[in-house]
Write a new protein. Structure first.
Length: 258
């Protein structure tokens, strides 16, 4: 992931805990694997994290490199890849500032990671770096959410239970809470994440706090970003099935070509 610029602890500092929190979350895996399998050349996953998409792509036979800002995430990915018999090339870099020796038929920015670019300048640089690393005719594909009123109109500083799972080793219940605040002029969301480990008696044994910021993007703004970054053609869909984005409850799925 790319957590933006902050001295505070990030939820991406602990790759193993991150893996526990996203275990079983299949959003986007199948369509990205399908794109990777069909790509006529190498694939780069940006913000590859601990391999939620990278590893299934490798297992499908794709030639995949990974890039992520977090060394902890990449470390966990290396261990998981090795256990499956893979040794992908992985790069530690910011998604808005990277130079790699290879060009790609397909570049993926998965799991809503594009919004960790906190300014329009960073967003455009990210898209430009992607375009520069694509082979002629190559595709960039990424997903983000549409900033519906239900999301960005939520009450400030509301603490919401985002998910609950069981730790595979300790058996403790792991709960993730997110307290969000919004700068609706600058289109910035600040999240305070709290991860509780709850023992069998219902006591909170540990509490880990971290925070990050993201910047949401509207549909027309996304088109302007792609144009400014030099893409020749793009499509903005409302779902991975490529239906039109017409409702504010839709996702925002972007495909762009050099």
């Amino acid at each position: 992931m790319n957590a933006g610029s902050s001295d505070a602890a990030s939820p991406f500092d602990d790759g193993d805990l991150y893996d526990v929190l996203v275990a079983g979350f299949s959003y986007g895996i199948e369509p990205y694997v399908a794109l990777a399998r069909a790509a006529a050349g190498p694939v780069l996953e940006i913000a590859c994290g601990t391999g939620r998409v990278t590893l299934p792509c490798l297992q499908a036979g794709a030639d995949v490199d990974g890039l992520d800002l977090s060394p902890a995430m990449l470390s966990t990915l290396r261990v998981k890849a090795a256990a499956l018999g893979f040794s992908p090339t992985l790069y530690q870099a910011d998604m808005s500032d990277f130079r790699l020796p290879r060009r790609y038929a397909l570049i993926l920015i998965t799991f809503n990671a594009f919004i960790h670019n906190l300014t329009q300048e960073a967003q455009i640089r990210c898209l430009q770096r992607c375009r520069e690393h694509l082979e002629p005719g190559g595709m960039l594909a990424f997903d983000t959410y549409f900033p519906s009123l239900a999301i960005i109109g939520a009450p400030q500083h509301s603490r919401v239970l985002e998910g609950e799972t069981k730790h595979p080793r300790t058996g403790e219940v792991i709960r993730l809470y997110d307290t969000r605040s919004f700068d609706r002029v600058e289109q910035i969301q600040h999240s305070l994440n709290e991860v509780e480990a709850v023992d069998a008696a219902g006591n909170v044994r540990t509490l880990q706090r971290s925070e990050f910021r993201v910047r949401w993007v509207y549909k027309a703004e996304m088109a302007l970003l792609l144009r400014a970054a030099g893409f020749a053609r793009w499509e903005i869909h409302g779902a991975f099935e490529r239906r039109p984005l017409t409702e504010e409850t839709d996702d925002m799925i972007v495909h762009a070509w050099t």
